[in-house]
Design a binder for this molecule. Structure first.
Ligand code: ATP
Ligand code: MG
Length: 258
């Protein structure tokens, strides 16, 4: 079985990366897929959103990439309370990795190397990234084969999309020839606002993104924020909500898209 490794990335902050990781992972697990989330963000929001406390001394992805290389992957995989949904937690210490690894040769491949011994029975590995092209994000890009881009239906977010595509192309040339964009998912869509409708229309008509755009549009839905705050994917927290429906749809679409 071949594991699909997907980085959820956008250098812009607050566009729905973490929520997409959590809920896509949950949606895929509902489709009986075995899923691992790797939280590569010092904010550790994906960790909290999956109901796991990120605490001092707890094993995390930091232990995998830090210089001593003390941990192996089996030490840091944590089961969540949901069947088929595992996590390698994030940690605030990740914020120091950039500085700590500055002189280390091959520092952009730390994660990739640590994951060589990852159990092969995962159908999906979804990786959350911080809102910057930091060493952490580059480590994720060096490992993942696909990039999923959440794009807020907001004019600035639309403008930044071209830059992001350039970034992925640069990574493909210099670090990871196997990487490709699997798709762009519009987020925070609100049909009542003109900007939301305009940006979605722009995305749909733009030749650069047409083929990449997911049919699923994630609507702005307060239940999503609520569920993240209580540490539960929305698909488990409130089944019939717009958020649950949209992320279930996205999971299904991703399964059908190679
Ligand atoms: N579709 C949505 N509807 C309503 N609120 C949402 C939606 N998606 C995300 N949110 C909320 O918006 C905030 C930002 O979302 P999220 O944390 O997923 O963004 P992010 O891109 O990961 O941010 P960062 O760049 O800081 O990591 C969070 O409070 C989240 O709960
Ligand atoms: Mg985030």
């Amino acid at each position: 079985m071949k594991t699909r490794t997907i980085a959820v990335a956008n250098e812009k902050g607050g566009v729905g990366k973490t929520v997409t990781v959590i809920n896509l992972a949950a949606g895929l697990s509902l489709e009986h897929k075995k899923v691992l989330v790797i939280d590569m963000d010092p904010q550790a929001n994906a960790t909290k959103g999956l109901g796991i406390e990120s605490a001092e001394g707890k094993p995390s992805v930091y232990d995998l990439i830090q210089n001593s290389g003390a941990a192996v992957v089996s030490d840091v995989i944590t089961q969540t309370q949901w069947e088929g949904l595992d996590l390698i937690p994030g940690h605030v210490d990740l914020a120091g990795a950039e500085v700590e690894l500055v002189d280390v040769e091959g520092r952009e491949n730390r994660l990739k190397e640590a994951l060589e011994k990852l159990p092969t029975d995962y159908d999906f590995v979804l990786l959350d990234t911080p809102p910057s092209l930091s060493l952490l994000t580059v480590n994720v890009f060096a490992y993942a084969r696909q990039v999923l881009i959440p794009c807020q239906t907001h004019p600035y977010a639309y403008g930044a999309l071209a830059e992001l595509c350039d970034t992925v192309n640069a990574i493909k040339e210099e670090i990871n020839p196997s990487i490709d964009i699997v798709g762009v998912v519009p987020t925070f869509f609100d049909a009542r606002t003109r900007v939301s409708r305009q940006v979605l229309a722009q995305l749909k008509s733009d030749q650069r993104y047409k083929a990449l755009l997911f049919k699923t549009v994630v609507r702005a839905n307060t239940t999503i924020a609520e569920s993240a705050a209580v540490g539960k994917p929305v698909v488990f927290y409130r089944k019939g909500s717009f958020g649950a429906i949209d992320y279930n749809d996205l999971a299904e679409e991703l399964l059908n898209r190679r």
